[in-house]
Design a protein around this ligand. Structure first.
Ligand code: HEC
Ligand code: HEC
Ligand code: HEC
Length: 412
């Protein structure tokens, strides 16, 4: 756990020193890129101390091989589930940057001996980093991976500890009490994640405990620094939909989603390590960071679908919205805080499209079953049209920042 804390600290330092600077991408210094593009967050500062059991050590890897893996993970050609965690980040890395990163990684010292990265050499089912490209199953990949590691932990005490540190942390609020045997965490995983079943209102969720806590905004800002690496200092995410806008979202929804992600009831491999109690803290920290996010104004210029008002597709989307969405998300897209219905006005089109599809296809397991039912007959075209309409719902003036160039002063 102290390893994770160290990485968190390094990450904080990194964001503190780079926040507000956008000129970095042009600088092809591999070491700098490795920090700036969040590679260090998952693979460790030295590229050999990964934050999660099952993430590879990559220092000392051959440059050609590393480059090919990055390309394949970015394109989706390598897609065995764990790769999903890195894929989103790779969308922000150009070919030139990948080459610089590969060269940099290859110059680092290879440090064999990490219990976690040795797993692929045991007889147990490997958590192999070079496994053949199995059929992608992003939904349960993380769980599957952790279960395999937990199973291996039964025969290797040096593996059991890091695994126990990761598994029950997501399931309980007292990680220190986690049993250090492989058996229990594996069982806890199976019981907790519901094996792909819908877990719209998970019982015993942190949600209930966090809801009434009084936020400490100063600590909230401190916690949010990690989040800003992806959701940006303004909480606006990216108009291309890689990262959702958080600003403006109901407190209830933010808390539910964070609790669900931590408890692995909503699969989010990219963000999962950053949301863990070891990384950001306990329930109070959740309340704090949500309190901070609530203080941020929304993006006046969110990512929108392609069909402007007046086009037939817009009109069809509007009709679909009236018939299928209004009862929960409201005519104005404001949702209902007390029922955990999210606000969707002002959210980025591509993000919503992805969520909508996952909800329709049962991949977002914490979704409201009524919504799943309501939209299961939607074709891909219906889906695009209705989400296009939602992305174009006007956002109340008082909720948005004065301009799309507004910067959060806390991060300048
Ligand atoms: C959110 C976590 C995460 C981030 C951020 C991340 N990676 Fe990865 N990376 C992974 C995981 C998980 C794998 C293993 C994927 C698999 O099992 O298929 C991986 C695999 C790799 C590999 C292939 C390793 C091998 O031995 O096959 C390379 C090279 C790599 N990452 C480099 C990078 C670089 C460079 C960055 C920054 C631009 C980066 N990663 C950012 C999680 C991450
Ligand atoms: C490495 C990138 C990354 C980091 C760091 C990160 N997130 Fe996220 N977050 C994401 C991605 C990607 C999604 C959307 C996942 C999806 O498409 O299902 C997301 C989704 C969310 C959601 C759900 C939004 C919704 O509309 O349902 C919340 C809430 C959230 N993040 C909060 C946070 C907080 C708070 C932090 C800091 C503790 C944080 N995130 C750190 C990448 C990140
Ligand atoms: C029965 C109520 C209900 C109906 C009907 C419904 N939704 Fe939802 N929707 C929800 C709930 C609840 C969530 C959040 C689920 C969760 O907690 O993960 C959600 C999530 C979403 C999200 C993801 C938001 C985010 O921030 O991640 C989108 C986009 C969305 N709905 C769009 C729609 C559209 C478009 C329609 C109509 C075609 C619709 N919904 C119909 C209740 C509903």
């Amino acid at each position: 756990m102290s390893g994770i804390n160290k990485i968190t600290l390094a990450l904080l330092a990194m964001f503190a020193s780079t926040a507000g600077s956008h000129a970095l991408a042009a600088d092809l210094d591999g070491a700098k890129l490795f920090a700036d593009k969040t590679c260090a967050t998952c693979h460790g500062k030295d590229a050999n101390t990964p934050i999660m059991a099952g993430y590879p050590a990559i220092g000392g890897q051959s440059a050609e091989y590393a480059l090919q893996q990055m390309k394949d993970i970015k394109s989706g050609a390598r897609n065995n589930g764990q790769a999903e965690a890195m894929k989103v980040v790779m969308q922000l890395v150009s070919d030139e940057e990948m080459a610089a990163l590969a060269t940099y990684v290859s110059t680092l010292e290879y440090k064999p001996g990490m219990a976690v990265s040795r797993l692929d050499k045991t007889d147990a089912e490997p958590a192999a980093t070079d496994a053949p490209m199995a059929e992608a199953k992003p939904v349960d990949s993380m769980e599957e991976q952790l279960r395999k590691i937990a199973a291996a932990g039964k025969t290797d005490a040096s593996v059991a500890a890091p695994v126990a540190a990761v598994l029950p942390a997501a399931a309980t609020t007292t990680p220190a009490a986690a049993p250090a045997t492989g058996e229990k965490p594996a069982a806890a995983m199976t019981g907790k994640s519901g094996e792909g079943k819908n877990v719209w209102m998970a019982e015993g969720s942190e949600r209930e405990a966090v809801m009434d806590l009084k936020p400490n905004l100063e600590n909230g800002l401190e916690v949010y620094e990690v989040c800003s690496g992806c959701h940006l200092g303004e909480g606006w995410g990216k108009p291309d939909g890689t990262f959702p806008q958080l600003s403006g979202q109901h407190k209830e929804v933010l808390i539910k989603q964070l609790a669900d992600i931590r408890a692995k009831n909503r699969d989010n491999p990219t963000m999962y390590p950053f949301a863990l109690p070891e990384a950001i803290g306990d329930e109070q920290a959740l309340a704090d960071v949500v309190g901070y996010i609530e203080s941020l104004p929304m993006n006046p210029d969110n990512g929108k679908g392609e069909w402007a008002e007046g086009t037939p597709e817009f009109e069809k989307g509007k009709q679909l919205y009236a018939d299928n969405c209004v009862k929960c998300h409201g005519e104005d897209g404001m949702g209902k805080a007390d029922k955990f219905y999210p606000r969707i006005d002002g959210q980025h089109y591509n993000y919503m499209l992805r969520q909508f599809e996952w909800i329709r296809d049962g991949k977002r397991r914490n979704a409201n079953p009524e919504m799943v039912d309501q939209i299961k007959v939607f074709t891909d075209m219906d889906m695009k049209m209705v989400v296009n309409y939602a992305s174009r719902l006007p956002v109340p003036k008082e909720d948005v920042a004065p301009s799309k160039d507004w910067k959060n002063p806390d991060f300048e």
